[in-house]
Write a protein that binds this ligand. Structure first.
Ligand SMILES: NC(=O)c1ccc[n+]([C@@H]2O[C@H](COP(=O)([O-])OP(=O)(O)OC[C@H]3O[C@@H](n4cnc5c(N)ncnc54)[C@H](O)[C@@H]3O)[C@@H](O)[C@H]2O)c1
Length: 264
């Protein structure tokens, strides 16, 4: 039995079974038999995409969006309480044979009241030949990667020479944004982070400090410091009934790029 099968060989074999025999024939056991290896070998390779792979997938998807090669109706939502939302986001990307729906919830009160994350959700992926659901997975995990990837690609396209980046909110998204932006905006010298909770800023810095390649990480003392210091900024804090207006108009100036993920 072999134990040195590569990820590419597994992918090629998967396509071969799919194209010749259809989805019903595909299983981990079948792949193992075909490749003459222990079926568990496959798990070595499929731990989920890293930052670069995520950026590549999201980049391809945004390109498809730019070419209008997608079907994505405007999202619909329900609001059992004033300050929460549930959003349904179906989409089809023919170029990637990707067809599915993200069903995401956001409860800003969760961390304080229940010790739970604000965001939860599910992602369902369907197989386009038959429509059968093939994957049901955690949508929050996906959102934690997809959202910073979109911000980072947009920042690199709009403001490629930016030297400073500012992040409002240092939770799941804040950490992801700092982690991803350094892969796309290559001239960054300083990253300012701001959060109402000091421990969130400290945790962000602790988690990303080895990934930012010498870029200075600064705990800002106020939102004003971030707004006045940064070429590019983004935000991921909490949803409030009224606009939060953390950043005042007089702190920003022409030439800055602002990519809010929520109220700024
Ligand atoms: N637009 C999108 O595509 C998209 C995608 C994902 C998340 N979001 C939004 O991003 C927000 C953050 O999500 P998360 O998963 O990172 O949440 P999180 O709870 O992990 O982090 C939120 C952070 O914001 C901080 N914060 C709260 N009020 C603040 C303020 N006034 N100023 C500075 N910091 C403040 C909190 O202390 C916390 O550390 C949510 O509102 C979510 O809906 C948007």
């Amino acid at each position: 039995m072999k134990d040195n099968i590569s990820r590419e060989q597994f992918i090629k074999a998967t396509y071969e079974i799919l194209s010749k025999e259809g989805i019903q024939a595909l299983s981990i056991r079948r792949l193992g038999k075909m490749m003459d290896c222990n079926p568990a070998n496959i798990y070595r390779y499929f731990t989920g995409p890293d930052v670069e792979q995520t950026l590549e997938i999201i980049g391809r998807t945004l390109d498809a969006h730019g070419r209008k090669e997608y079907e994505m109706p405007a999202k619909i939502g329900i609001h059992p309480y004033d300050d929460v939302f549930y959003h349904a986001m179906p989409a089809y990307v023919p170029g990637q044979m990707a067809c599915g729906e993200k069903w995401i919830e956001c409860y800003p009160r969760n961390p304080k009241e229940f010790g739970l994350p604000q965001t939860s959700g599910l992602m369902i992926l369907n197989e386009i030949l038959t429509g059968f659901p093939m994957v049901i997975m955690d949508g929050a995990w996906l959102t934690a990667m997809r959202t910073p990837a979109v911000t980072s690609i947009a920042a690199a396209a709009i403001h490629p020479d930016a030297e400073t980046f500012g992040m409002f909110g240092c939770g799941v998204q804040g950490i992801g944004h700092v982690r991803y932006i350094v892969h796309k905006v290559k001239n960054l010298k300083k990253i300012y982070v701001y959060d109402v909770r000091r421990e969130s800023m400290e945790r962000l810095i602790e988690q990303v400090k080895d990934e930012v390649d010498g870029i200075e990480l600064i705990m800002a003392v106020s939102p004003q410091e971030v707004a006045e210091s940064c070429d590019v900024m983004s935000s991921a804090t909490i949803i409030t009934r009224e606009n939060m207006a953390v950043v005042k108009k007089e702190w920003v100036h022409a030439g800055q790029t602002i990519l809010p993920r929520f109220h700024l």
